[in-house]
Design a protein around this ligand. Structure first.
Ligand code: SF4
Length: 449
């Protein structure tokens, strides 16, 4: 192993498996001063709610918080494009001194008067400073609903109020507030897909698979969803949870309060996609759907595996580092790399849970570095020490890889190619292959590609 001058903060050592030689501490607040890769509470809430294509989003806070927009996300829409706009109350010093509630009420009034199509659903995010000055955002939203007849749902998400996971929970509460009035519907055969945000059209791929085996998709939560499609969600016979980190809480609330059972899935990688389709069909208790799922997955698997095989010799001996948002994705990526014959040498997440780290540990080779809530210095050190060839991550990890002269694969919300399902597994193999074998690394590292 090579060495690095970068040392790990004492308080961070329990979050890194090979620093203490035991399990990884997770699900806790970031260490002050460690420059976490995690997004804030507000960003966590916005990740989940932003893909609702006909919703208006008002950020009640300074203009800086509003920079988190659709432009840095990749969720696609089949119709409405309201969600591509962002609105802010742009709080200034005088608003902080005298309160910003009136400014918020005026912003909602202005939106109702000028925005077209006329808003039916507005989310109001209260960010850090509003948490400090204590504007009564709930009262403003209640009054706006009474005055305008549109749903106006507060999301009190100051960045300091917890971790990104708290933001997911607040978004799930906002969705429950939206679904609440529609909970009395009779159940029907079909599923909601939770925790998929239709990045590069992935929701359409998954819905297409289910529909081909006779399972209707009632609502996507929240990829390519609308107010109307979300209102149908309580009628589903089953919730299918793709991103467990962001959506398990919602699935549990829908089970307890609306009688919709749920199952975990992952549509990343061939084997996980096959297992997930079978799990959904079996959970619905329909022999026809189960038989259709077996036929469909056997056929698609047989088609795609020989195509993936072509990449194996070209990737032999390569070593991968993974740093992604949630544990479910890290687990699927480790399995995908195994399918391609690539060794995972570093793996971490922003919001992984204890049981997910246990699964990651069971899939990892000895010597693989497992770390929760990493920072750039740690990622750099461990990627160098383990001689990783490629990093899979998101927008914040990309420059880190390139500065070290490593290949990179974008697996976050801003990507443009689908990585889910059978076609996604092929795209993934192609991207890894293209990036890791690019001749450019020969020039920046002096090695052979
Ligand atoms: S000010 Fe607070 S809510 Fe806004 S982006 Fe920063 S941490 Fe997040």
């Amino acid at each position: 192993m090579g060495t690095s001058a970068l040392s790990v903060l004492e308080e961070r050592k329990s979050s890194i498996s090979n620093e203490r030689g035991r399990g990884v501490c997770c699900e806790r607040e970031s260490v002050s001063g460690a420059v976490s890769q995690r997004a804030c509470v507000y960003c966590g809430a916005r990740v989940v709610l932003n893909p609702i294509t006909d919703a208006y989003h008002i950020v009640h806070g300074p203009i800086g918080c509003a920079s988190y927009t659709w432009d840095i996300r990749g969720s696609l829409s089949s119709d409405a494009d309201v969600y591509r706009n962002s609105f802010s109350t742009d709080l200034r010093e005088t608003d902080i001194v005298f309160g910003g509630a009136r400014k918020l009420a005026a912003a909602i009034d202005e939106l109702m008067e000028k925005a077209r199509p006329a808003p039916r659903l507005i989310f109001v995010y209260a960010t850090c400073i509003v948490g400090v000055i204590g504007d009564d955002v709930e009262a403003v939203c209640r009054e706006a609903e009474r005055k305008h007849g549109a749903r106006c749902i507060p999301v009190k998400a100051p960045g300091f109020s917890g971790t990104k996971t708290q933001g997911y929970k607040l978004a799930c509460d906002a969705i429950m507030a939206l679904l609440g009035p529609h909970r009395g519907q009779p159940k029907r055969f079909g599923v909601n897909i939770l925790g998929d945000y239709n990045l590069a059209g992935e929701m359409w791929i998954i819905k297409g698979y289910l529909e081909q085996i006779g399972i209707p998709a009632i609502s996507g939560i929240t990829g390519d969803s609308t107010y109307e499609s979300l209102a149908r969600a309580p009628s589903a016979a089953l919730n299918v949870v793709q991103c467990a980190g962001s959506s398990t809480y919602l699935a549990e609330r829908m089970r307890d309060e609306m009688g919709v059972p749920w199952v975990n899935v992952s549509f990343f990688g061939v084997e996980d996609t096959v297992a997930s389709i079978l799990r959904v069909a079996d959970a619905l208790g329909s022999p026809a759907a189960s038989a259709g799922a077996r036929e469909f997955t056997a056929r698609r698997r047989a088609e795609v595996l020989p195509l993936l095989e072509r990449y194996k010799p070209r990737l032999a001996g390569k070593r991968a580092a993974i740093f992604v948002g949630g544990g479910f994705k890290a687990i699927s990526l480790m399995r995908q790399f195994k399918e391609l014959g690539v060794k995972t040498v570093v793996v971490g997440t922003q919001t992984g849970r204890k049981e997910e780290y246990e699964t990651i540990g069971s899939l990892a080779d000895s010597g693989t570095v497992i770390l929760d809530d990493a920072n750039p210095a740690e990622l750099e050190r461990f990627m160098l020490e383990t001689r990783a060839d490629i990093l899979v991550g998101g927008v914040k990890e990309r420059p880190l890889a390139y500065k070290l002269g490593l290949a990179f694969c974008d697996h976050n919300h801003e990507r443009r190619r689908p990585l889910a399902g059978f076609e996604g597994a092929l795209c993934f193999a192609e991207e890894i292959h293209k990036s890791v074998r690019s001749p450019v690394w020969r020039h920046v590292k002096g090695g052979a590609s």
